[in-house]
Design a binder for this molecule. Structure first.
Ligand code: ADP
Ligand code: MG
Length: 569
């Protein structure tokens, strides 16, 4: 038997990192700012526990674009590195100083918000730069260091005369990547990835209008002053405690997330767990339209306030991708592929936690203010019904708050509905029969006829309702759903049998025959069963199969004639 060491040559790894580790070149900036943020948070932590006796102050991270010199600078005032630390953290690929720090300060730094993980982020700089420099001065009393590398395994490392604490990374941008020398492009990236990061990020300056003094003359021009252009909001709402936020703070944050969205959200759900995994976030229910496709992919996924993706497929159950908002979890890996993400067990737990949380919130809303919940029902039903169809657990929980509206504008839970109909809406097999209409105008006379018999008629008009009814039929016992214009309605056992017909059978047959002489027997069916209804003394219908065929052929009209809208004979 032979044993040995596999010799991984860094020479081979470099191109791999550059090409495949990250699918997207643009994330280099996210990685460098994450490192600058980590460096600052580490200093914050060390000063707070008394291990660093320097002034923490109000550190900023600055990003500068030097278009002429074809360089990007990322400058922080964080912990910095000594020469030895550069050797250790930078020259050893895949050695993460972030992980080492968390390991060392395990208990106290658990919630410090440190981002780094794998010790690879820094090298993403070489995706866009042919040469990278680090000029860094540690908070420890040691000379600064200057590291230069041109994308090979060779580097130079020497002392430098930088006096201020912190690190400056200088990227010499590739010819192919000159898009990143455009200020607009960089600002776009900063807003996308760093908008809610915890340390202020400065990108240039801007003019700010000063408020006019009270006694200013009417035609006074407001003065402006030049201030730092800070890209981010370091304390986004989801990082705060729900008890510290008011309704208006949630609405404000919604506008911050979706500046182009003018409609207010219906309600929010503040997520906040730290066991068995860490997760914070705020989800919003927007007003839904009937179209389920156009509004997905609005939930943003963050890791320690760093934007990861707005494609949360596989992380959030599909029916909830119609919601909006933010999810932040340090347990969601930043740098890995989507398929890995979806297979990750903590990601799976996150998904079921979110489902539960959403169900709980809906139940609370329903219990606390049913009237308001009923008012919102039409705007949220599509999410709930879709969830009931696709997630068994959600289906179970939804029994407590899913509503079934009637044509008269009442809203019943399923339990309430059952209580209403179990006495007088059954068929000969003893099944409860739920009548429903899908279009109040088209099915008007059928609805009226059923109501006149004392039946409850639901109004179910969402696009997935037929699937939902199937689901309900299979999961509940002895229940069937019948559309109000279906022939089956006549098979119901009626509440008050005496009332049904005032004509003898003979008289009925005769009357029926008379009508059939007038209308074509092949195309229409004459029904006398509805004769005791005020709305339609009798109904002439097309047989159900013909109607359905017609509907399928999309010839419109639905093909039904109650007396009210029947062509004149
Ligand atoms: P990770 O962030 O996952 O640890 P990186 O490859 O991004 O890995 O960075 C490697 C290490 O280099 C960091 O863990 C940190 O110790 C050090 N480092 C990188 N950037 C800075 C910086 N701006 N200031 C101080 N140290 C840094
Ligand atoms: Mg990093």
């Amino acid at each position: 038997m032979a044993t040995g060491n596999i010799n991984v040559s860094v020479e081979n790894i470099f191109p791999l990192i550059k090409k495949f580790l990250y699918s997207d070149h643009e994330i280099f900036l996210r990685e460098l700012i994450s490192n600058a943020t980590d460096a600052t948070l580490k200093l914050k932590h060390l000063t707070s526990i008394g291990e660093a006796s320097v002034e923490y102050g109000n550190p900023v991270i600055e990003v500068k674009v030097d278009k002429e010199g074809k360089k990007i600078h990322v400058i922080d005032q964080g912990i910095g590195m000594t020469k030895e630390e550069v050797e250790k953290y930078i020259n050893e690929v895949a050695f993460s100083g972030a992980e080492e720090f968390l390991e060392k300060y395990k208990d106290s730094a658990k919630d410090s918000g440190i981002i780094g993980h794998f010790g690879l982020g820094f090298y993403s700089a070489f995706m866009v730069a042919h040469k990278v420099e680090i000029i860094t001065k540690s908070y420890k009393d040691e000379p600064a260091a200057h590291w230069i590398c041109e994308g090979t395994t060779k580097f130079t490392l020497e002392e430098a005369d930088k006096q201020e604490r912190g690190t400056e990374i200088i990227l010499h941008i590739n010819e192919d990547d000159e898009e990143f020398l455009e200020e607009n492009r960089i600002e776009e990236l900063l807003v996308k990835y760093n908008k809610f990061m915890p340390i202020p990020i400065k990108f240039g300056t801007k003019e700010e209008t000063l408020p006019l003094p009270e006694d200013a003359p009417e035609d006074a021009k407001p003065e402006t002053k030049t201030v730092d252009n800070i890209i981010n909001n370091p304390e986004p709402a989801w990082t705060k405690q729900p008890t510290d936020l008011e309704e208006k703070d949630y609405k404000e944050f919604y506008r911050e997330l979706y500046p182009m969205q003018f409609e207010e959200p219906l309600f929010h759900i503040h997520l906040n767990v730290d066991y068995p995994f860490n997760l914070t976030g705020i989800l919003y229910f927007p007003k839904m339209t009937q179209d389920m496709n156009i509004q997905r992919d609005k939930i943003q996924l963050y890791q320690n306030q760093v934007f990861v993706t707005d494609n949360v497929e596989g992380i959030v159950p599909e029916f909830l991708t119609m919601l909006r908002g933010v999810i932040d979890s340090p347990d969601i890996p930043l740098n890995v592929s989507r398929s890995y993400l979806q297979a990750d067990s903590s990601v799976k737990k996150i998904s079921s936690y979110i489902t539960r949380k959403v169900a709980d919130k809906l139940k609370t809303l329903f219990n606390n203010n049913r009237e308001d919940f009923e008012k919102k029902w039409n705007d949220i039903k599509i999410v709930i019904e879709y969830g009931m169809l696709s997630e068994e657990k959600f289906f179970d929980k939804a029994q407590k708050f899913a509503l079934y509206p009637t044509v008269d504008g009442d809203f019943f839970t399923f339990e309430e509905l059952e209580a209403k109909i179990k006495e007088n809406q059954t068929d000969k097999d003893g099944n409860m029969v739920v009548l429903y209409a899908s279009n109040q105008d088209e099915q008007h006379s059928y609805i009226q006829a059923a109501k006149d018999k004392g039946y409850q008629v639901l109004l179910l008009d969402s696009p997935i309702v037929s699937h939902l009814l199937q689901k309900l039929e299979t999961s509940k016992e002895k229940i069937s759903f019948v559309r109000v214009d279906s022939d089956h309605v006549n098979n119901l056992i009626k509440k008050d049998d005496e009332n049904i017909s005032k004509l003898s059978d003979e008289e009925k047959e005769k009357l029926k025959a008379d009508f059939e002489k007038v209308v074509s027997k092949e195309k229409y069916t004459v029904q006398l069963e509805a004769m005791d209804s005020d709305a339609a003394p009798l109904i002439i219908t097309q047989p159900e199969f013909m109607r359905r065929m017609k509907e399928m052929q999309q010839t419109g009209g639905g093909g039904m004639f109650g007396m009210g809208n029947m062509p004149e004979m």
